[in-house]
Design a protein around this ligand. Structure first.
Ligand SMILES: *[C@@H]1O[C@H](CO)[C@@H](O)[C@H](O)[C@H]1NC(C)=O
Ligand SMILES: *[C@@H]1O[C@H](CO)[C@@H](O)[C@H](O)[C@H]1NC(C)=O
Ligand SMILES: *[C@@H]1O[C@H](CO)[C@@H](O)[C@H](O)[C@H]1NC(C)=O
Ligand SMILES: *[C@@H]1O[C@H](CO)[C@@H](O)[C@H](O)[C@H]1NC(C)=O
Ligand SMILES: *[C@@H]1O[C@H](CO)[C@@H](O)[C@H](O)[C@H]1NC(C)=O
Ligand SMILES: *[C@@H]1O[C@H](CO)[C@@H](O)[C@H](O)[C@H]1NC(C)=O
Length: 937
């Protein structure tokens, strides 16, 4: 499954990629420990058990299900009727049969023997809502070794929140609203659709029939075998073939008027379903071709064929997740499956390619082999995360998808894992809400990164054969981590005869311990000293040790090609002597540890080693250091500085080499760092110098890429260009402001179309210094725009207006009558937040005078805006204005007193940071000294 919340926060450039820089950094920058609000905001629930057992007893096991569902969704009706018959075997004599259910009304329960003869017609039952058990108590005990059938008639509702059976609708080109029904069962919502054994351990055959209007088509995991018209009515019953054994969370069906584009000669046959207008427009073709190619690659790679007789992809409008890997019927949000070459971006195409790979990988990891329970969700999602880039990399080796993996997953995982309260990969909980919360950055980003490390440390071919052993041994069965390690170990023991790595011992240190290690490297003459400890953003410490594959490169032998380890580092400290070192060094050599950043750990250096690295980077020979390591040096130095272990001038020194860098990968790390430096320095006496620093560094990339998209240029240049335009214009490059304003003018006046890959950048930066007339044109464009993605882009663009008076006028759009949705209205207000100090002031003025109207847009919006402003207060004068604003809002009842009390210290955050660290930043910009604080660990 791919969660939207994760996608938006961490994922590959998604629908909000254009504004991602604005919302990417939600972690308060100054915090000594990353505070609880951050994790609450990611809907992390408590990691700790509530002490209640929610697990099914092991007294009975299911053998098969017959499910019948009747829906009137074509009329927009949200009730459904259901009937389920479960054949089960009694393993241990028991007075009761327990099934899981949620939010449904049970009508009748009947019990039959294995030959379908009635035992009891009206069996009594009761429900326990807390644990969601339907407890069926026949008048006689169920006897060990016997099979039974239980039949339950019930009804439930089709929901609008995307859980269980849910509804969606869309408007046809003729302006008619059409309804459809679809399902989303992972992790514990199958029990909303039918009472069942709703745990991943149980793999069962399902026979599904759906009664629906004859104008609609029903789809499910298997092919329809029969569509039976109902006499004297407009209804039909679509009956599906019996599934292979699957887990309840992988059952799926849809009822819609969608059409498909098919390739029925492919093996398996594949189809892509969507709204007829989209499919006729060819928007499903890319997905269809991609999926057929990827399926082939995966079957060969794993040596096991996909088992289901077909593969359907279904593009749902407003799907609440990004994608869901149901066997044979994968569901997607349509924005992530359909692709229109004319109006969609490179990033949209990348989303389709990586998302399909993600969901197809699950057909092996998750579907063919399933976790014994949700504590091993990371096995599903970690492999899906890694291979969602690895498979595209196999398809298009030159497109550098694995480089993308490093910045999109590894860097995000490293950041999350600096949190004090982060969980370990394997984490056992039973409460359904806590189970949902396990689908977090640890299960996806971190697990993917750790698996990527092992793949590189053990060798790609050994790794792959290990996975084949594992899949072969566990197919059609459950797994835990030990089975996985055993499979990999087989291949490792065959291939690595000396010092054979112990996969279980190594992996346990990553699987069972929370957090990420930081390796500190210092050198004194002929001795290189390594130390490991857990990385925190605060000065906490925990006694954790990992088995870390260490590999390194020295200047006199700068070969970055090998990612296999030079040694495994398992203790607290390790000394390497030059005489016996795997790679000896010369006295003035720099050393880069963690080649191509293939290992999941951060690296810190002593002052001299940092200086040598900075010197190399800031030379024409900067490229002697591998570009993934250039990105690593930026990401590590910046985050290590945030943790207080090194001073904030070191990352500024590292990034000073960017004047020669035009590759996207290091720039992606840099833009995140510069985004926060910008926030911390805004309005301070060094701000002008900071702007010059950014402009000096971005100039080469901007000059190389410009504002015009070039046909057939490398894919990553498309992304790099977006960074170049945004940084250059934000920091006041006259060239950039002219270029973008001209493009926008030509767009409005000469109807020159803008390439989808730069539309957002042109809208935003072209409007920065434009007059009220251009703003009005943009607003009119918004009022006419139909596609949500285009509307969002325009609103984001308008957020870049720099003139405070024009901006103020524009903000009125948020509270005046008109056709904006409330989400759009709040975007009008939040998007100017990172647009400089004048915009922040205009926004504060606006809130002061219009709090009433703002809170009408959505309750507590004023309060949310204030929280967002609080973490952007970077001068004493802004702080005073903000405190007055809070008090004014409290007196007038627009925010609560407790909110005011909470936000005041928040708003001091950057000022406190400045007090501690500004000195080093000032010195850096004044270039007064090269002397740094003594290195501290
Ligand atoms: C049922 O068996 C499974 C698999 O052996 C086990 O993981 C689970 O804890 C058992 N459930 C209970 C309630 O004992
Ligand atoms: C429901 O089950 C839980 C856990 O076994 C138990 O603590 C609770 O008392 C039960 N509630 C009812 C109403 O029986
Ligand atoms: C079913 O389709 C027919 C033919 O297109 C149409 O006339 C009829 O109105 C549709 N019925 C419903 C309930 O949508
Ligand atoms: C369908 O897929 C097969 C197998 O990849 C391919 O050879 C064929 O060209 C495809 N057909 C169409 C119409 O795209
Ligand atoms: C599933 O795995 C368990 C443990 O290895 C084994 O005992 C059982 O026979 C397997 N079940 C099937 C259906 O292969
Ligand atoms: C490293 O790999 C690159 C690309 O495959 C190759 O061009 C280069 O010669 C290799 N370098 C060394 C030192 O082997």
């Amino acid at each position: 499954m791919w969660w939207k919340v994760l996608f938006l926060l961490f994922g590959v450039a998604g629908i909000i990629a254009d504004v991602s820089a604005r919302i990417d950094e939600q972690m308060p920058p100054w915090m000594d420990s990353v505070d609880d609000d951050y994790y609450n905001s990611l809907s992390y629930l408590s990691y700790f058990s509530d002490g209640i057992s929610y697990r099914l007893p092991n007294t009975t096991v299911p053998i098969s299900y017959d499910i019948w569902i009747s829906t009137d969704i074509h009329r927009g009706e949200f009730g459904f009727d259901g009937e389920v018959t479960v054949r089960f075997e009694c393993i241990e004599t028991t007075p009761e049969l327990i099934l899981q259910y949620r939010a449904m009304t049970i009508d009748t329960v009947a019990l039959f023997d294995e030959n379908n003869s009635l035992i009891e017609e009206d069996v009594s039952w009761y429900q326990n809502e807390t644990v969601e058990f339907l407890i069926i108590t026949p008048s006689q005990q169920l006897i060990q070794g016997q099979e039974y059938l239980v039949n339950v008639k019930y009804n439930g509702s089709i929901r609008d929140d995307g859980l269980g059976i849910y509804s969606a609708s869309y408007i046809t080109p003729e302006g008619e609203r059409r309804w459809l029904a679809s399902t989303q069962f992972q992790a514990t919502d199958a029990r909303r659709a039918f009472p069942c054994y709703d745990e991943p351990l149980y793999r069962t055959r399902f026979n599904i029939s759906i009664r629906h209007h004859s104008n609609y088509t029903a789809l499910s995991n298997m092919n329809a075998v029969e569509v039976v018209p109902e006499p004297e009515s407009d209804y039909v019953l679509t009956k599906f073939a019996e599934t292979l054994k699957i887990q309840s969370y992988l059952v799926a069906f849809t009822v819609s008027d969608f059409i498909s584009t098919d390739n029925l000669t492919a093996v398996p046959p594949q189809r892509v379903f969507g709204k007829s207008a989209s499919i006729r427009n060819g928007e499903g073709e890319m997905a269809l071709e991609t999926s057929i190619r990827q399926m082939k690659i995966m079957e060969e790679y794993f040596g096991i064929d996909y088992r289901f007789p077909k593969m359907d992809h279904f593009a749902c409008p407003n799907f609440s997740f990004v994608g869901m890997e149901n066997s044979g019927l994968v569901l997607y949000d349509e924005l992530f499956l359909l692709w229109d070459p004319v109006s969609d971006r490179t990033s949209d195409r990348d989303n389709v390619i990586t998302l399909i790979a993600h969901e197809l990988i699950h057909q092996w990891f998750g579907n063919l082999v399933s976790p014994v329970f949700w504590n091993y969700l990371w096995i599903n999602e970690g492999f899906a995360a890694l291979y969602e880039f690895y498979i595209p990399h196999m398809m298009y080796p030159e497109a550098r998808y694995m480089d993308f993996f490093i910045i999109k997953y590894m860097h995000v995982a490293l950041k999350n894992d600096g949190n004090l309260n982060i969980r370990a990969m394997t984490h056992y909980v039973e409460n359904p809400d806590q189970i949902e919360a396990l689908a977090d950055g640890v299960a996806y980003d971190k697990a993917g990164s750790v698996l990527h490390m092992m793949q590189n440390a053990l060798g790609h071919e050994t790794w792959r054969r290990g996975l084949q052993y594992f899949l072969n041994a566990r197919q059609d069965n459950y797994t835990n981590s030990a089975f996985l390690y055993a499979g990999i170990q087989l291949a490792v023991s065959e291939d690595i005869k000396n010092n054979t790595p112990d996969v279980h011992a190594i992996m346990s240190t990553w699987e069972l311990q929370a957090g990420v290690p930081i390796v500190t490297v210092s050198r004194s003459g002929d001795v290189l000293n390594l130390q490991q400890t857990r990385f925190f953003y605060s000065n906490q410490s925990r006694a954790s040790l990992w088995q870390i594959p260490i590999n390194y490169v020295v200047r006199s032998n700068p070969n970055f090609n090998e990612t296999t380890p030079d040694l495994w580092f398992a203790g607290k400290e390790l000394e390497i002597r030059n005489g016996t070192a795997p790679k000896p060094w010369m006295p003035n050599d720099w050393i880069v540890v963690n080649v191509q950043q293939s290992g999941y750990y951060r690296v810190n250096y002593d002052t001299e080693l940092w200086s040598l690295l900075i010197e190399q980077l800031n030379s024409p020979e900067y490229h002697l250091i591998h570009l993934l390591n250039r990105g690593q040096l930026i990401d590590d130095s910046f985050n290590i500085a945030r943790s207080g272990r090194i001073t904030p001038d070191i990352p500024l020194d590292v990034m000073n080499y960017l004047e020669r860098e035009t590759d996207h990968i290091p720039w992606d790390s840099a833009q995140r760092a510069l985004f926060l430096y910008n926030r911390w320095l805004l309005g301070t006496p060094v701000y002008d110098e900071f702007q010059d620093y950014v402009l000096k560094n971005v100039a080469a990339m901007y000059n190389k890429l410009g504002v015009n998209v070039i046909e057939n240029e490398p894919r990553l240049d498309r992304y790099a260009r977006q960074i170049a335009i945004n940084l250059a214009c934000l920091h006041g490059s006259a060239q950039c402001l002219d270029d973008t304003a001209e493009q926008l003018e030509n767009f409005f006046n000469l109807q020159k179309t803008l390439h989808p890959d730069v539309v957002a950048q042109i809208y935003c930066n072209g409007i920065r210094r434009s007059g009220a007339d251009v703003v009005e044109k943009m607003q009119n464009l918004l009022l006419k725009a139909k596609r949500q993605i285009e509307r969002d882009r325009i609103i984001a663009g308008l957020g870049c207006i720099e003139d405070p008076d024009i901006l103020y006028e524009h903000l009125l759009m948020a509270i005046q009558p008109g056709e904006l949705s409330s989400a759009e209205r709040s975007n009008v207000l939040t998007l100017p937040l990172d647009n400089g100090i004048a915009s922040l002031r205009a926004l504060m003025n606006f809130i002061r005078s219009n709090y009433g109207g703002i809170n009408l847009v959505s309750a507590d919006l004023v309060s949310t805006l204030c929280s967002n402003i609080a973490i952007r207060i970077s001068t004493k004068e802004m702080y005073d204005t903000f405190v007055k604003l809070l008090s004014h809002l409290k007196i007038n009842g627009a925010i609560s007193a407790s909110k005011e009390t909470k936000l005041q210290p928040y708003a001091k955050g950057i000022l406190n940071w400045q007090e501690k660290h500004m000195e080093h930043v000032v010195l850096f910009f004044e270039k007064k000294t090269n002397v740094r604080e003594p290195f501290s660990n």
